[in-house]
Write a protein that binds this ligand. Structure first.
Ligand SMILES: [Zn+2]
Length: 72
């Protein structure tokens, strides 16, 4: 019984503060914070982002523009 909650087969929620949408992407929390977004959870863990916040994250990081062309 190491992990208290989370990862018990339940759907992940977006870890951005104040957001309750379903998380579709898992990103290192540090990266998310670096992009200027506020996490509601522990930045040392992976953060789950909903579709909208993932798009925002991508915009802020602007790392890979080819993804945008594929419809993201
Ligand atoms: Zn979100």
């Amino acid at each position: 019984m190491a992990e208290p909650r989370h990862e018990s087969g339940k759907k992940e929620r977006c870890d951005i503060e104040g957001c309750d949408a379903e998380g579709v992407r898992s990103i290192a929390g540090k990266k998310v914070e670096k992009a200027g977004m506020t996490l509601s959870g522990d930045p040392d863990k992976n953060a789950h982002l909903c579709k909208a916040h993932y798009r925002e994250f991508k915009k802020k990081t602007k790392s890979d523009r080819t993804m945008d062309r594929l419809g993201w």
